[in-house]
Design a protein around this ligand. Structure first.
Ligand code: NDP
Length: 300
């Protein structure tokens, strides 16, 4: 029988977006400014098209200006870099997001590094990654930022908590660990070469799985009462051929052991887009020399 509290990321994200929309409206009346988000999509990847559409939709719902830049799959690196240079110069654009993955002929790192640091609302630019690591004012990657909000809402003060971050990617694992260090957690980063992975996980008061392997984390990997954040999004086959989204954690088994757990879908995913809007709001304030508001979700 499931005993864990369900961490409802969908509801939290909706309340956060409501709060962001109120701040956006206030910026309009107080300073006459409207944050603008540009999303660049190269190629026709169906999943990317859905993500881009959702990002634009939610930006507009929050009262922001949304710009979609669609480029063909055959776009050259020079053409893409020109587009980004144009967006960097445009004062109506406060945030730029380049949807990954990019077509094969494009070097993603070069593209990420061409985005103006202050407009890098994904927080993937090496300068933002470095600022996060040394404790400066960085643009924080959206998914780890969203996870941190959910964790703090659930756990409260994080000082001294033992955390295991499963996965060491630049977009989730590493920035997640940096954020948790900033909160005074004791952080272990585990990855494909980690020995005794289950044992490492069992020591965690807070376990964050960002691996990309369906149901890899078993129920008996979890410390009783731990908080479990499942970042993974994996499609598994179903008899009707449509497939189903599941996380990196065996949710049914983990729910019997954990103190609190995020579902997939409806956990971390919605927080990622909400935090993209939050970063766009922050970027717009910084670019206009206006104090960035401390945005909290409206009460449940
Ligand atoms: P990456 O593929 O970049 O990184 C995966 C990490 O998991 C790597 O560090 C890898 O280790 C580690 N890993 C892989 N296999 C194992 C294993 N068997 N044992 C231990 N560690 C392992 O993935 P991302 O970080 O980009 O994404 C992770 C997951 O999160 C994916 O499912 C992705 O779809 C999802 N995601 C969800 C988002 C959301 O909004 N909810 C946003 C972003 C990602 P090593 O470094 O040694 O190879």
């Amino acid at each position: 029988m499931a005993t864990a509290t369900l961490i409802d990321g969908k509801n939290f994200a909706a309340r956060l977006r409501t709060s962001i929309a109120a701040h956006v409206a206030r910026l309009k009346t107080d300073y006459g400014m409207t944050p603008g988000l540009a999303v660049v999509l190269a190629g026709e990847d169906p999943a990317s098209q859905i993500y881009v559409r959702n990002k634009g939709l939610q930006a507009r719902e929050a009262g922001m200006n949304s710009f979609e830049c669609r480029l063909p799959a055959t776009v050259t690196q020079a053409e893409l870099l020109n587009k980004i240079a144009e967006l960097n110069r445009d004062p109506a654009i406060n945030g730029i997001l380049v949807q990954l993955p990019l077509p094969r002929q494009i070097d993603s790192q070069t593209v990420i590094q061409s985005i103006a640091v202050g407009k890098d609302v994904d927080g993937f630019h090496p300068l933002n990654a470095g600022l996060l690591a040394v404790g400066g004012t960085a643009m924080v990657p959206c998914t780890p930022l969203g996870c941190l909000m959910l964790i703090k809402d659930q756990v409260g003060d994080l000082a001294g908590q033992r955390v295991v971050v499963l996965g060491r990617s630049n977009i989730v694992g590493k920035p997640m660990a940096a954020l948790l260090l900033r909160e005074h957690c004791t952080v272990t980063i585990a990855h494909s070469r980690t020995r005794d992975l289950a044992d490492e996980c069992r020591r965690a008061d807070i376990l964050i799985a960002a691996v990309g392997k369906a149901h890899m984390v078993k129920g008996d990997w979890i410390k009783p009462g731990a908080t479990v954040i499942d970042v993974g999004i994996n499609r598994i086959p179903t008899p009707d051929g449509k497939g189903r989204l599941v996380g990196d954690v065996d949710f049914a088994a983990a729910s019997e052991v954990a103190g609190a757990i995020t579902p997939v879908p409806g956990g971390v995913g919605p927080m990622t887009i909400a935090c993209l809007l939050l970063n766009t709001l922050t970027a717009a304030c910084r670019q206009h020399g206006v104090p960035a508001p401390e945005v909290k979700p409206v009460p449940a």
